[in-house]
Design a protein around this ligand. Structure first.
Ligand SMILES: NC(=O)c1ccc[n+]([C@@H]2O[C@H](COP(=O)([O-])OP(=O)(O)OC[C@H]3O[C@@H](n4cnc5c(N)ncnc54)[C@H](OP(=O)(O)O)[C@@H]3O)[C@@H](O)[C@H]2O)c1
Length: 256
């Protein structure tokens, strides 16, 4: 197995096609995480064919069929749809993974710092999502790379039920033994906080739109992809973040 990215053992940069050939050399099956908003999957797949790649699993996302899934996300959505079409039309054995929100968003992703600070301050009302264990995504990808039952399938992946942000905070508090609360903000309040933190104008709107999709429960429905691909139910939010103390504790301790 070979993991390739800008900082990994095998250097690969989407934005530098000069790094593509080395990453593909000797590869038969490939898991591709696209660079959001770029149109690079199509030329990359052409390269993969020349290198003798036979199978490709593409990381995509839920909500691509809904133009209003995340406001202002049109360019990213259109690029992802083009990536999916490139893979489906490639002649390779293909599988597409369409995950929703990762549970690890709160422990390693964009909201991890807020969790470390003890307050999840978001303009998300009583929003919810069917948060998904990133390990379940990995298990589906491994199954698709190594087994023959997943060829030509698109898997929409979610956790087992919708979880509100209040429940997220309560579960994080329970598991870590620390007070972590969800504080609903208005959009203007959230925007003002991000601006004070030095986030740039374009990113401020993007963050606010992502939180809005939580408020509107755009990703709260449940999909059957984990069950279909693995023959078992997806892991719960609480199970996904077990052991999270190790991830969120150290920086807080340093500041105590
Ligand atoms: N987080 C979620 O809840 C969620 C839900 C559904 C779908 N997704 C999608 O899943 C994908 C991964 O999400 P994530 O949250 O795991 O993202 P992430 O934490 O930002 O990971 C991005 C990875 O891509 C690599 N990377 C970044 N720029 C690169 C470049 N120019 N060339 C090569 N590699 C590059 C990074 O490694 P290096 O720094 O070493 O290059 C890193 O390992 C994204 O497409 C995202 O839209 C995420």
């Amino acid at each position: 197995m070979r993991a390739a990215s800008r900082t990994g053992e095998h250097p690969f940069d989407w934005t530098d096609p000069g790094t593509w050939d080395a990453a593909l050399d000797g590869v038969h099956a490939l898991y591709l995480v696209q660079l959001n908003g770029s149109r690079l999957v199509r030329p990359f797949v052409d390269n993969a064919l020349r290198h003798g790649v036979r199978r490709i699993v593409l990381a995509s996302g839920r909500g691509l069929d809904d133009p209003d899934y995340i406001r202002g996300n049109g360019d990213i959505r259109n690029a992802a749809l083009d990536s999916e079409a490139a893979v489906r039309d490639s002649g390779l054995e293909w599988t597409i993974s369409r995950p929703g929100w990762f549970a690890q968003t709160f422990t390693e992703g964009i909201y991890a710092d807020a969790v470390r600070a003890g307050e999840l301050r978001l303009p998300a009302g009583d929003g919810a999502a069917s948060f998904l264990d990133a390990d379940d995504v990995a298990a589906v990808v491994v199954a698709a790379l190594t087994g023959d039952d997943h060829v030509g399938r698109t898997y929409e992946l979610s956790g087992p039920r919708a979880v509100t942000l209040t429940e997220v905070a309560a579960t994080l508090s329970e598991i870590t033994g620390r007070a972590i609360r969800y504080v609903p903000l208005s959009r203007p309040e959230y925007v003002a906080e991000l601006v004070r933190q030095g986030v740039s104008g374009k990113d401020v709107e993007a963050f606010a739109n992502v939180a809005e999709s939580l408020r509107l429960r755009k990703d709260a429905h449940v999909s059957d992809g984990v069950q279909r691909a693995l023959g078992r139910a997806p892991r719960t939010f609480a199970a996904a973040i077990q052991g999270v103390e190790a991830v969120i504790d150290p920086p807080v301790r340093q500041g105590r």
